[in-house]
Design a protein around this ligand. Structure first.
Ligand code: C2E
Ligand code: CA
Ligand code: CA
Length: 740
């Protein structure tokens, strides 16, 4: 910091108030008291005059000392009422009254009679005189030396106390998290430091960019009569002298003194701003005060710099780097705060907005295009709301708006992006989907709120584009459970508690095992199993099916390898594949890599996809399946009969086998109509030239029936339940199944 301390032009140092030294003469000898009073009258010592107080006894003297803490020097007769009255007074002054600064000059009646040595030593007294030696001249010398040592001692003590306070004040400053909070504390701490009321303001230089231009200052904190100036610009302050003094400190980059106060200049540290602190004090500041303030201002500068750093870190942790708006962390933090506040919770809503078709367009047109669309959405949302509404980017093309429900309405939000005549203006290809969730309907943490909103949005989007839904609180419990289950599933994957079992598929004519279906199993630590119909759909809606599916594929291929090694290379392993897995652009390459890693022939593997998946994404599914079949992998259409596929589509579908859904097989021998459907399914398969397999065959009756109607393959409990690979190998061996 600049070491200069300058006086403002036009102002000069006011004369310090006249300095007075307070001296107490203690002696029961009236003559000596009179002579002393006479000698000290009109005397100037070290630039000050002397105020003489007199006491004639120990009692009187201790009363005066207790009343006047400003006594600088005591002339003390050792012998008064008693022989040691003077020495007792020294003790009282130092130990009882606690005054360690007043300088003491001991006087004795007879020359050469030294006072008790220990007392002099203990109380740091090295000044004693016999009264007869103390001429007027000598008295002046003694007083001058005594008062000088008093003044030194006092300023050292004051500085020491001040330094200790600086340490404490600095600690208080370093805990501040915002500029306002810090600035507010600074003014308070300065008052404490100077031990007198101080009022003032702290001003931040706003625009460093325009050299020579007018200074733009912002008052970030103010106390006392300046209080109303807080958060206004410096110029709007109706006190030209104050404004002028602050400007001078900025211009000169130095401390500027005024008659009743000063402006501290706080230079910027690294990338921070620079500040000026204007102070007015009740009393004139002395050199020690100035020195303290100078030391303290280094702490203030560091504190302000810390606050800037802190804000930077905040930005890094809570701001989206691309769009410069709050990120997911910021949203979660704000959500948590809102959920904790009954009032806010009762009136706020969370709206999530998703740009339909975004990832497709981002891939097709490049990330530059994607960034442009995201920027557009972020800007328009931000501009639409006052600052108490939080607009955040959760991830990718997903935005969140959190605020009062009368302000944050999905319809109005979406209207921001619609253009007359056309449905949406966004790149002309995007619509939006949204979910609105009332926090009042909710219990649970921010994570659960966000997760629930996401699940609802995901479900809504599965119905198509331009979907706008309100979150149904009834679903929350299910969502909360789903969320917990998803976490547990991830743990299970990591702990290796996910496995597969294999269920045999037979040729009904020869009785030979032609294949096995690999089925996922999750056995929990307590031995309980979670059925795949619970965790597979959950993994599918949350996207976790990709890593999970990868794992299941690897386990299935390992089983295929074991079968082949045991001589059952002709037994196909059928693997269930979800839509999300199959539709990954690199699915086929990954599949290849897995085959190579497991050392399994493509011909030993079958992929099962459900009929509904095939029909919903017909073109992309077909091209993926074609690529798989080119490699030798066969394809089965699972749950056939439930997906409304027309014959014309079925003909185009690159598949080898239709699996008649279990529900139709179940009815065989029970309900006549359903037998008809099963019969029709078998006939359709024959018409499109595919193999057909019946699943869920439990009884010999069912087995006979399907065979008689032209279906020659079957899978079901009648033949074998799903079982671990070891068990399957034994089972095959026991059956005497021929090895290839
Ligand atoms: P799915 O693909 O239709 O599998 C056939 C289901 O029928 C299996 O149930 C199997 O144990 C059961 N099943 C087989 N024979 C009989 C029988 O005679 N009677 C009865 N009552 N049931 C029989 P599971 O293992 O509970 O699997 C249920 C569903 O979970 C599967 O239906 C499939 O959609 C899904 N799934 C299972 N494993 C996987 C997997 O690895 N990946 C994917 N994507 N989905 C899987
Ligand atoms: Ca299946
Ligand atoms: Ca099935």
């Amino acid at each position: 910091m600049d070491e200069r301390i300058l006086w403002l032009e036009g102002e000069s140092p006011v004369a310090q108030p006249a300095l007075t030294w307070c001296v107490l003469a203690v002696d029961d000898d009236a003559d000596f008291q009179r002579a002393t009073a006479f000698a000290l009258e009109e005397l100037q010592v070290l630039g000050g005059r002397i105020e003489l107080l007199q006491a004639f006894s120990y009692r009187e003297a201790s009363a005066v000392l207790a009343r006047r803490p400003d006594i600088a020097l005591v002339l003390l007769d050792v012998v008064m009422e008693t022989d040691d009255a003077g020495l007792r007074l020294v003790r009282t002054l130092r130990e009882v009254i606690g005054n360690s600064e007043a300088h003491i000059v001991l006087l004795t009646g007879e020359p050469g009679m030294a006072p008790v040595q220990e007392v002099m030593h203990e109380y740091d007294i090295n000044d004693y005189w016999s009264k007869s030696e103390l001429t007027a001249d000598r008295l002046l010398t003694v007083l001058t030396a005594g008062l000088r040592s008093f003044a030194q001692l006092r300023s050292v003590t004051k500085a020491r106390r001040g330094l200790q306070m600086i340490v404490e004040s600095s600690n208080a400053l370093f805990c501040s998290k915002s500029q306002h909070e810090l600035a507010g504390k600074v003014l308070g701490e300065i008052g404490l430091l100077l031990d007198q009321p101080a009022e003032g303001l702290i001003c931040m230089r706003e625009d460093m960019a325009a050299p020579g231009g007018p200074l733009q200052g912002r008052v970030i904190s103010a106390t006392g009569r300046f209080q109303h100036a807080r958060d206004t610009s410096l110029d709007s302050l109706d006190e030209p002298e104050v404004v002028n003094a602050v400007r001078s400190a900025f211009d000169l980059e130095a401390v500027v003194r005024r008659s009743r106060g000063l402006v501290l200049y706080l230079p910027r540290l690294q990338a921070g701003a620079d500040y000026a602190c204007y102070l007015e004090t009740a009393c004139v500041l002395d050199d020690t005060d100035l020195e303290l303030l100078r030391v303290f201002s280094a702490s203030i500068s560091r504190g302000l710099y810390n606050v800037t750093l802190f804000r930077r870190l905040e930005e890094m942790a809570y701001q989206d780097e691309l769009l410069k708006i709050p990120n997911r962390n910021a949203l979660l933090r704000m959500l948590d705060l809102t959920l904790q506040d009954e009032q806010l919770r009762s009136e706020q809503v969370l709206v999530l907005i998703d740009i339909d078709n975004f990832s497709g367009a981002n891939t097709a047109f490049g990330t530059g295009y994607g960034d442009f669309i995201l920027g557009l959405v972020a800007r328009r949302l931000r501009d639409a709301f006052a600052s108490q509404v939080l607009v955040a980017r959760v991830r990718d093309d997903l935005f969140a708006i959190l605020g009062p429900q009368q302000e944050v309405r999905a319809a109005a939000l979406v209207a921001l992006f619609r253009r007359q005549g056309r449905p949406y203006e966004l790149g002309q290809v995007h619509s939006l989907s949204s979910v609105t969730l009332r926090l009042a309907d909710f219990v649970g943490s921010a994570h659960i709120v966000l997760q629930s909103a996401l699940l609802t949005l995901k479900q809504a989007k599965s119905a198509g584009y331009d979907q706008h839904v309100i979150h149904d609180p009834g679903l929350q419990r299910t969502h909360a459970e789903s969320y917990r289950m998803l976490l547990a599933l991830r743990d299970a994957v990591e702990a290796g508690r996910i496995s597969i079992e294999l269920q045999p598929q037979l040729d009904l004519n020869s009785g030979a095992v032609i294949g096995v279906e690999a089925l996922a199993r999750w056995r929990q630590a307590d031995g309980q199993s979670v059925p795949p119909l619970q965790f597979i759909p959950l993994a599918e809606t949350t996207g976790y099916i990709l890593p999970l599916g990868d794992l299941l594929l690897r386990l299935s291929l390992q089983a295929a390898k074991r079968l082949a090694d045991a001589g059952y290379g002709g037994v196909r392993v059928a693997v269930n594949v979800s839509a999300a897995q199959l539709l990954q652009p690199d699915f086929v390459e990954r599949f290849d890599a897995h085959l190579r890693a497991a050392e399994v022939r493509a011909q030993q593997v079958e992929v099962e996809i459900t009929e509904s998946v095939a029909m919903r994404n017909f073109d992309s599914v077909c091209s993926q399946l074609r690529a798989l079949r080119e490699r030798g992998v066969s394809v089965a259409i699972d749950d056939f009969g439930t997906g409304f596929s027309s014959l014309s589509y079925l003909r185009l579908l690159p598949a080898d086998r239709l699996k008649i859904d279990r529900s139709f097989i179940m009815e065989i021998g029970a309900v006549a109509d359903h037998q008809l459907i099963a019969e029709a399914v078998i006939q359709i398969a024959a018409r499109v030239g595919m193999q057909v397999i019946a699943e869920g065959v439990e009884t010999p009756l069912q087995a006979d029936w399907v065979r008689q109607h032209g279906c020659h393959e079957a899978q079901g409990y009648l033949f074998g339940k799903p079982m671990p690979c070891d068990q399957l190998l034994n089972w095959l061996a026991e059956r005497g199944q021929a090895t290839a």
